[in-house]
Structures are given as structure tokens and as C-alpha cells.
Design a protein around this ligand. Structure first.
Ligand code: FRU
Length: 486
């Protein structure tokens, strides 16, 4: 353990309200917009999920963390753990920018769990002082490896690759290694920006986790953005999925409306021989979703978590800034491929968490809890549902359009409208957690995620439609669990 980490641990020890199992922890976690079932930073700024994994019965999530400033800054890795993917305990700040190779930020990366160790691969960011464009000149992006036993302390750190080890034709923007093992070989994928400003993904392989050989570059025939961040590559239901977060993709009707995107495509015949097909599936149609990453749970589920935010979005004012923190991660989502579409559904642990359920027929109107699920069946017909007095979901059967609209600009922190053609719509699940809503359509074929900032008295639903019926569910403390059967 190095000096900076010792200093941090001393500071952390003086922050009892942040420590796991501390009676005061609830206080640090509370606050008007603090979610109950989503990862949020105790203080400061959060962005991408990093190093997702499961060790024994414990799930580990790391995240890009700037503890000292809710508007961002120098990046650390924050860490939290959970046994049910819903309730998260802050577990400290294990990765610090404390080496020449990562001194201006420990950027995003992934975890490989093997031999009782956590191998944390990440990008060490270095920015030289001077007048540089920081694209072609003035920065280093190093591929780093930190080894940890439990995710809390770091045993060793080393630099595995620097910019000169990456293939020719790239800018200095190469980052976000995701590492996995397949058929006895280790693979790594990294996002990159080429000298002619195209987003691509680089593949490497290694026999031993430490020495890496470049294999080839995954690229589209036609440009799709100038940079691909946070790539991921995994097998799912017999398909090979490539997931990337491109920057610089222009809006196209209702698609690609956010500043930056998160998309997937299927690679054929496999990632070693594929080129990337033109034509992607956008993973989320809402306002707040970026940099998703996945991991394989011990029970075989492929689980995805994303940042519930988007970088550089000028139109969004996050009301939690006033409380000294900003941003959350999405609910963990189980992935599957259904009829050629990658579907996302909240982890099944969520259904087991609700212990209260009310059913309703032909519309619904009630004061709600701050954390709940609303499951709607519209019989394929038009409907409208308004949440917190100013977030309105509408479905129009005539053209199959589902839209999400903030009628109260303050509630949406400045955002207005997102929409998607979904065709026939039959089932809608809305997960509301204090200051977030995630809306899953037709068993996860389309998802809309957004933050929102309701006044305390505004938790309310008003839903109507000719055939609208469904269930309202929530968790009541001290009531028996598992009463609901969604
Ligand atoms: C994506 C990203 C990554 C980078 C990290 C820095 O949001 O820009 O590419 O590693 O954030 O925080």
C-alpha cells in the first residue's frame, strides 16, 4: 500500500458516516434526491461503472469518482459492494492517481477475477502541461494493471502498454480496457479515435494477463462517430455482442438525441474475424444512459450496469449539485437476445424486494412512495401516465410511438422530449427510485432512463387509457417479503 493510499485510508477512517455497517451511514446516504436502490457517490461526482464482478456471494461495483467536487475533476475509482444488486455499501476508494503512469486520473476499466485475485485493468491518464490539443499531442493513455485481493486494498500496480504499443494510425485517445478469458486465452478490447477521427475498437490477446499482442481493429465500413469509449464484448444467447459508447454521432430522427450514445451490434462469425456491421441498436432511448459495462454472474446471467448520465450535456442541470454530489448508476439489468433484439430487464432481485402490491383496472391515480414499480398493460391501446406531476409517458397506437416528456422543466432539470417507435406495445414496467425513472417496454426491447427531481410532496401517478390495468408495488419496512409475483 503506498503513501497516498495510506493518507486516503486515514481520511476515510475519519468519515464514519461513509463506512459500511456504521450506524451513521444512513445519514450520509440520505438527502432529498438520494436513491434507495441505485449506486450513488457518497459525495462528489460519479461517472462510468468500472470493474464489475462477483466474488463469492458479493457483487463488486467500482466507478469513476471525483470525491472532492460534484462537478468532476481528478478521477479515482470508488468502490461499493452488494449481496442483492439493490442495496449498496460504499467500500472506499481503492484506486488512486498515484503513479507517473496514471497521475491525472485512473480512468475506466474492468476486472478479471482469478486465483483469488482481482485484476483491475484501467487507463492511466497523463496530461502534459503546455499548449497541446490533447488529441494528437500532450497526453499519454497507459494500459495499467492493479492487483487486489478484496477490491479494498491494492497490492501492486504496473503499466502494461503505452501509446507506442498501440497500432499506427491512432490519436492519443485509446482507453477503457475490458478484459475477459475465453478458451484459455485472455482478450482485451479498448476504445480509440483514429487520426482521421473515426471511432474504432482495438483487440489484443495475452497468454498470461500481462504481455499483450495487438490482434486487429473492429471498425464499421462507414464512419460512426469520431471516438468509441468504454467498449465491451461478450457472448449472449449464441450471439457475439459488441457494445460501444460512440461520440460524434449525429441525431437521426428520434434516434441518437443525446450528446453521446451507447449502442450494440452482433458480430459474425466471431470477434476474431468480424468487421462491424453498419447499423446499431441504441441501448436506451431516454435522457440519461452512457458507458454501459457487463459481467457474468455466477448463476450465468449477463448483467449490465451503465452510468445514468451523459458527459458534456449542456441542457441538464442536476439538482443534486446543491447537495454536493452528482449522478448515479442504472439498476443492474439482465440481458438476453429475443428475436434478434438485445433486451434489458431489471435484475429479478427487484421483484423479490417489493412486498406490497395493489392491482388496478382502467386507470390509476394515487400518491406514491418515492421508490416503487408500476407495471402497466395497455391492451395495445393508447394510454398516458404522468409521474410526479410533470413526467408524462404517452403511447399512440396509430403510429406505435412511445414518448417521454417533461411538462415541468424544473422536474427534468432542463430536458424536454425523447420518443421511439416501438410498434405494438403491450407491457410497460416503470421503476421509480426517488430521482430516477427507468421504463422497460415489451420485456426490455426498448428502455427509457431518466433522472428527475420531484418536490417531496410531488410523488404521484395519474394514468389512464381505455384498457389500462396493472400493478403498483413497493417495499414496506418490517413487512414480510416476497408477496408480489410479477
Ligand atoms: C467515459 C469516459 C471514459 C474515460 C472516463 C474518464 O465517460 O470518458 O472514456 O475512461 O470517462 O472519467
Amino acid at each position: 500500500m503506498n503513501a497516498l493510499q495510506n493518507t486516503w485510508n486515514r481520511l476515510f477512517a475519519q468519515m464514519p458516516a461513509l463506512r459500511e455497517n456504521d450506524p451513521q451511514r444512513g445519514q450520509a446516504q440520505s438527502g432529498r434526491f438520494r436513491p434507495q436502490l441505485h449506486v450513488s457517490p457518497p459525495t462528489g461526482w460519479l461517472n462510468d461503472p468500472n470493474g464489475l464482478c462477483q466474488i463469492g456471494d458479493v457483487y463488486h461495483v467500482f466507478y469513476q469518482f471525483s470525491p472532492f467536487d460534484p462537478e468532476g475533476g481528478l478521477k479515482f475509482w470508488g468502490h461499493c459492494t452488494s449481496r442483492d444488486l439493490l442495496h449498496w455499501d460504499f467500500a472506499g476508494v481503492p484506486l488512486l492517481p498515484d503513479q507517473p503512469g496514471d497521475c491525472h486520473g485512473v480512468y475506466s476499466g474492468s476486472a478479471l477475477t482469478e486465483d483469488g485475485n482481482l485484476y483491475l485493468y484501467y487507463t492511466g491518464n497523463v496530461k502534459r502541461t503546455g499548449s497541446y490539443d490533447y488529441i494528437r499531442t500532450g497526453r499519454e493513455t497507459n494500459t495499467m494493471l492493479a492487483i487486489s485481493r478484496d477490491g479494498r486494498g491494492i497490492e501492486s500496480k504496473e503499466c502494461l502498454m503505452t501509446n507506442k504499443d498501440y497500432p499506427a494510425g491512432l490519436t492519443l485517445h485509446v482507453r477503457d480496457p475490458k478484459v475477459w478469458k475465453q478458451d484459455g486465452v485472455y482478450y482485451m478490447i479498448q476504445g480509440a479515435r483514429t487520426l482521421d477521427d473515426r471511432g474504432v475498437a482495438l483487440l489484443f490477446s495475452s497468454p498470461d494477463r500481462r504481455s499483450w499482442r495487438y490482434i486487429h481493429t473492429l471498425r464499421t465500413a462507414n464512419p460512426f462517430g469520431y471516438m468509441w469509449e468504454c467498449p465491451d464484448l461478450y457472448e449472449l444467447d449464441g450471439k457475439t455482442v459488441l457494445s460501444v459508447s460512440p461520440q460524434g454521432v449525429p441525431a437521426d430522427g428520434f434516434r441518437y438525441q443525446n450528446k453521446y450514445q451507447s449502442v450494440i451490434c452482433f458480430l459474425e462469425p466471431d470477434f476474431l474475424h468480424a468487421s462491424v456491421p453498419d447499423g446499431f441498436q441504441e441501448l436506451d432511448a431516454g435522457f440519461d444512459f452512457y458507458a454501459p459495462q457487463t459481467f457474468l454472474a455466477r448463476d450465468g446471467r449477463r448483467i449490465q450496469i451503465a452510468w445514468m448520465g451523459v458527459p458534456d450535456e449542456e441542457t441538464h442541470t442536476n439538482a443534486t449539485l446543491a447537495d454536493g454530489w452528482q449522478h448515479i448508476l442504472t439498476l443492474p439489468r439482465e440481458l438476453s437476445v429475443q428475436n434478434g433484439v438485445l433486451c434489458q430487464n431489471p435484475v429479478r432481485e427487484l421483484s423479490a424486494w417489493w412486498n406490497q402490491e395493489t392491482s388496478f383496472k382502467v386507470g390509476f391515480c394515487r400518491q406514491t412512495e418515492a421508490c416503487f414499480e408500476l407495471e402497466l398493460f395497455n391492451g395495445g391501446e393508447d394510454f398516458e401516465a404522468a409521474f410526479a406531476g410533470g413526467l408524462v409517458c404517452t403511447y399512440r397506437k396509430s403510429d406505435g410511438l412511445f414518448s417521454l416528456r417533461f411538462t415541468d422543466p424544473q422536474l427534468g432539470g432542463g430536458r424536454t422530449l425523447r420518443a421511439r417507435k416501438v410498434g405494438r406495445l403491450s407491457r410497460i414496467r416503470v421503476f421509480f427510485d426517488v430521482s430516477s425513472a427507468e421504463i422497460f417496454l415489451n420485456d426490455g426491447e426498448a428502455v427509457f432512463s431518466t433522472r428527475l427531481y420531484p418536490q417531496a410532496e410531488a410523488y404521484h401517478i395519474q394514468a389512464h387509457g381505455r384498457q389500462l390495468h396493472g400493478f403498483y408495488r413497493f417495499h414496506k419496512a418490517n413487512a414480510p417479503t416476497n408477496q408480489c409475483t410479477p
